[in-house]
Ligand binder design. Structure first.
Ligand code: DGY
Length: 331
């Protein structure tokens, strides 16, 4: 019997390519060429499963053009690149890569928040530009982190991991807002207090966004929300571009409506709003919150486990949709 055929749409850890080659006929993109949607559809002809990253859009048009495709395994916890309704209607399984990146991503979110609060990159640019001439009592003075109030919008696993860092490591008061409230046990573990979105905005010294992107979450943080934050506050976005209105944020940072921001994700990335690039009070990083080699390996391995399970006739490990009918049973 011939082995299922899979496509690895972007370069991944070579060890995981080797694992996949033990199970499948593998076509891989280890040269990491960014394919257009049309090229992706061409490459997917005759392919049973695809390992995607957040940069391949899987929608109704692509699924109609690739009738053999049975599973899309995303190497990311977020899956806003999937049209999940279209996948379910087409009988195509979707999976994501939760848990394995939680602590690494929380580390980065905390680092970005601290960099914004303590003006780390601004200070480095100042020094490299030869502007450091003398000691001054207020030279590049930033905001306290320890003992301040940490606000978290989106209290899933990554939000909770950031809360623990703040509460247990830095003596911060943690407030959060989420679609659903945590259990009392989890709230106690994170030392976190549930508040309304409005109270979160007005009380946080450092607000970190960790909510998933959905059309309803578009511009959750816009001009009005930023205006209700403290003028000394920082805003950190490690969630997804589009959750923050980047133009409104740039204006607010320029006007000092809030003190600083840390952004790892952007509307229309890899493009970055030019007004943000011109500001010194924002720390900008290129969507790397989960980027350690160990975590990127674990994310790819989990995507591989999903492909191996599903195309081997088992339940996927981390499904994002439930199929009433599937292309797998029809195949
Ligand atoms: C995720 O897993 O959703 C990250 O944003 C990808 O790096």
């Amino acid at each position: 019997m011939s082995r299922p055929k899979i496509l690895i749409a972007r370069a991944i850890s070579p060890e995981v390519v080797t694992v996949l080659e033990q199970h499948f006929e593998v076509q891989s993109n280890q040269d990491d060429v960014a394919w257009s949607p049309t090229e992706l559809a061409e490459r997917l002809q005759g392919i049973d499963g695809v390992l995607t990253t957040g940069s391949q859009r899987i929608d109704a048009d692509l699924l109609a053009a690739c009738p053999q495709l049975q599973i899309c395994a995303n190497m990311a916890v977020g899956y806003n690149n999937f049209d999940v309704a279209a996948m379910t209607a087409a009988g195509v399984q979707g999976t994501n890569a939760p848990d394995v990146l939680t602590e690494t991503t929380a580390d980065f979110g905390f680092a970005l928040m601290m960099a914004a609060a303590r003006r780390i990159t601004e200070s480095e640019h100042f020094l490299r530009a030869g502007q450091w001439k003398d000691w001054r009592y207020d030279l590049l003075a930033g905001a306290e982190v320890h003992g301040s109030t940490l606000g978290i919008l989106g209290m899933g696993r990554i939000g909770q991991a950031i809360a623990r860092r703040g509460a247990h490591g830095f003596g911060m008061q943690v407030v959060y807002h989420n679609r659903s409230r945590l259990s009392p046990e989890l709230e106690a573990d994170c030392k976190a207090r549930y508040v309304s979105k409005q109270e979160l905005l007005s009380t946080a010294d450092h607000l970190v966004l960790v909510l998933p992107y959905t059309p309803e979450a578009h511009h959750t943080i816009g001009a009005a929300e930023i205006a209700s934050m403290k003028p000394t506050a920082t805003l950190t976005n490690i969630a997804r571009g589009g959750i923050v209105d980047d133009a409104a944020l740039a204006k607010a940072l320029a006007n000092k409506t809030i003190a600083a921001a840390g952004l790892d994700v952007f509307e229309g990335e890899p493009a970055v709003h030019p007004d943000l690039l011109a500001l010194s009070n924002v720390v900008l990083t290129p969507h790397i919150a989960s980027a350690t080699m160990g975590t990127r390996w674990a994310m790819a391995q989990l995507a591989a486990d999903n492909l191996i399970a599903y195309l081997g006739g088992q339940e996927p490990v981390t499904p994002v949709n439930h199929l009433e009918h599937s292309r797998r049973s029809a195949a």
